[in-house]
Design a protein around this ligand. Structure first.
Ligand SMILES: Cc1cc2nc3c(=O)[nH]c(=O)nc-3n(C[C@H](O)[C@H](O)[C@H](O)COP(=O)(O)O)c2cc1C
Length: 328
């Protein structure tokens, strides 16, 4: 598994700390449509993170832990020390990682206080230092990539950032097409992604607000990209990767994709409950996770069907949730 083949269209599942964890990835793997996924970040603080700790945080790194469907996982790490990041990348490979991604995009205040994530975008040479240290520490067959935002406050910062990433030996670059200051405000800058693509020779994965196949078509028209990373859109429409595959004329992976939105969400929730209920450690775990999921969908869309909202509000156990959801 090469993760990203520069000559083939790729749909990549985005890392989403606190949301896209092993149970949720099991659902997405089961519904299918993605080429691979990136794990939520493993934070590298004052010391190298051990292989055992990495596996504790990302239990599905080497294969499914819920259900059977397999989605290759690229491990993401976040930190600011080249030595500790390189040491952790070695541990990650001992744990079984076959590709490493470095997070230079996280805008969370707790991360910024310790100068990780998007704080590093202000000093592009730090990106080169971290990437080259990690690159040098690993065997050549393990790809190392970077995930960035366009810059700290100005989308034009991406020109220098992308050059720094390429100089560090990254195999590809994922760009969330907003600056750190823009956080998640509406609108992405595909023009900046288009410009930077022509200035570097490594592949670029486009990311940000890809909520439909029309959004992907627009992204292709405006950037020329053929690799796409999807985050929040898959929570809204668990079959989004299939829609995109169909619109891009990629091989269709399943025939039983429901047509309407509420059936898609219902089928997603039902399958999620079935996949993880044997291993959920307390009765309220599944309803609380589904509540969080639906809460995120409401942040980006006003289309959540009312019966789903009611089920999520009232169910106290997985059984109650299933009963209420399957009744609509
Ligand atoms: C709740 C949440 C957690 C996230 N966690 C991570 C993370 O661990 N690593 C990372 O690189 N990006 C993280 N992101 C950013 C996403 O990967 C993605 O870049 C962003 O959501 C834009 O893509 P989208 O519009 O398709 O959601 C997170 C985003 C959200 C909403």
């Amino acid at each position: 598994m090469n993760f990203l083949d520069p000559n083939q269209t790729a749909l990549v599942l985005a890392p989403m700390e606190g949301v896209m964890d092993a149970p949720m990835r099991a659902l997405i793997a089961d519904l299918g449509g993605f080429d691979y996924g990136v794990s939520e970040f493993v934070r590298v603080g004052q010391e190298v993170v051990s292989a055992a700790r990495i596996l504790q945080e990302i239990p599905d790194l080497n294969g499914p832990v819920f259900g059977r469907a397999r989605l290759p996982i690229q491990l993401q790490i976040l930190g600011d020390s080249p030595e500790l990041m390189a040491g952790t990348a070695i541990e990650a490979c001992i744990a079984g990682a076959r590709a490493i991604d470095i997070n230079f995009g996280c805008p969370a205040p707790t991360i910024l206080r310790r100068s990780g994530g998007s704080a590093l975008l202000r000093t592009p040479c730090a990106l080169t230092d971290i990437l080259s240290a990690v690159r040098k520490a690993l065997p050549a067959q393990i790809p190392v990539s970077a995930k960035v935002r366009l810059g700290w406050e100005n989308p034009n910062e991406i020109d220098e950032i992308a050059k720094a990433v390429e100089a560090g030996g990254a195999s590809w670059l994922t760009i969330h097409a907003r600056t750190k200051q823009e956080r998640y405000q509406p609108g992405v800058h595909w023009d900046a992604v288009a410009r930077v693509r022509s200035k570097i020779s490594i592949p670029v994965i486009a990311n940000g607000d890809l909520f439909s196949s029309e959004d992907v078509a627009r992204c292709i028209a405006e950037t020329g990209c053929s690799h796409f990373m999807i985050g929040r859109g898959i929570l809204k429409n668990p079959f989004l990767a299939h829609d995109i595959r169909q619109s891009l004329k990629l091989p269709i992976l399943r025939a039983d994709v429901p047509l309407n939105h509420s059936d898609r969400l219902r089928m997603g929730i039902e399958r999620y409950v079935q996949l993880i209920q044997d291993q959920a450690d307390n009765a309220g775990f599944i309803p609380s996770r589904v509540k969080q999921w639906v809460g995120m969908v409401r942040d980006i869309s006003d289309e959540v069907p009312r019966p789903v909202l009611m089920a999520v509000k009232n169910a106290r156990t997985a059984g109650e949730l299933l009963q209420m959801v399957s009744a609509f």
